[in-house]
Design a protein. Structure first.
Length: 312
């Protein structure tokens, strides 16, 4: 799993032409999280602010031989306080993204979604995996496999729009979304097929915009043209999807981990729907996927700046 990932390399190269992204790194108190911040900085992807217990962060840096000289450290006594402080930095416009360190995802997200003083928007927060699958031409976006456990149709509207917006931030020439189920026909006994059909009608009515969307589609006819032709599915998405929307967290998690552990794929991760992108990494992630997550956040933030200038 340590070979270079061409698609991630291309993403990182694009981002190296952008200004480093100001990132509040939340509680980077182990080798993995601190190394991610240092390496991403060395590659010109981020300008990190380390938020957490100052002495512990310096101790980890010394133990691991990581150079954090010149990095601002915002002292916070423990992980909860670090999450709160990092959110505050965003609200003060001192950071354009958050990056999870050595604390639970729940701790970061609790600070993000607080009704008072958090980073909520009108959108529901959702997670996307951006997967580099060997033998597949493009990266695959899979949503949501990490935050929304059993999303309602209303939740899926935001999950879908967040994923479409990510496709544009990643500069996809065309965003093609498959709403996945176990089958490609609408079956009243399978709720995910009904929701897929409803989402597609919402696209027709411009309630969801920015992509070609089709569903329900089974995984095979979503990503394999021959499978789509065999089933006689006439669709600009079938067999060519670059975004996969899953029925629920269990399906998404199993799909992403199957690709990682059976197909030797790598998975970068990002949380969308808040005021800023949130970089979620895991200790199990390769360094390259962690760097790719930083690059993805940089592209998302860059796209938001462009849109803000247009509105302004």
């Amino acid at each position: 799993m340590n070979q270079p990932r061409e698609k991630y390399v291309r993403l990182i190269e694009v981002c190296q032409a952008l200004p480093p992204l100001a990132v509040a790194v939340v509680h980077p108190c182990d080798r993995t999280s601190l190394e991610s911040a240092v390496k991403a900085h060395e590659m010109g992807l981020i300008a990190p602010q380390l938020v957490g217990p100052r002495d512990r962060i310096r101790e980890v840096a010394e133990e691991c031989g990581l150079n954090i000289a010149g990095f601002p450290i915002v002292d916070a006594p423990h992980s909860h306080a670090a999450a709160e402080k990092a959110v505050e930095l965003v609200r003060e416009a001192k950071a354009e993204a958050l990056m999870k360190g050595s604390l639970h995802t729940d701790e970061v997200m609790a600070a993000v979604v607080k009704r008072e003083g958090g980073l909520r928007t009108s959108r529901r927060v959702s997670h996307c995996f951006i997967m580099d699958v060997p033998g597949h031409d493009d990266v695959l976006i899979i949503s949501d496999a990490a935050i929304n456990i059993a999303p309602t149709l209303a939740d899926k509207v935001d999950i879908l729009q967040n994923a479409i917006d990510l496709g544009h931030a990643l500069r996809f020439a065309e965003v093609r979304v498959a709403i996945l189920s176990a089958m490609e026909t609408v079956n009243p006994k399978v709720p995910s097929t009904l929701e897929a059909a409803a989402l597609c009608k919402m696209v027709d009515r411009h309630q969801i915009t920015g992509a070609l969307v089709d569903g329900p589609l089974a995984l095979d006819n979503a990503i394999d043209l021959e499978a789509a032709h065999t089933k006689k599915i006439d669709s600009p998405v079938a067999g060519r999807a670059n975004v996969l929307i899953v029925p629920d967290l269990e399906a998404g998690n199993m799909l992403a981990k199957s690709l990682s552990f059976l197909a030797n794929a790598d998975a970068a991760g990002i949380v969308l729907g808040a005021r800023v992108p949130i970089i979620l990494t895991s200790r199990a992630d390769s360094l390259q996927s962690r760097l790719a997550s930083c690059a993805i956040a940089s592209l998302v933030a860059s796209k938001r700046r462009e849109e803000a200038q247009v509105v302004g």
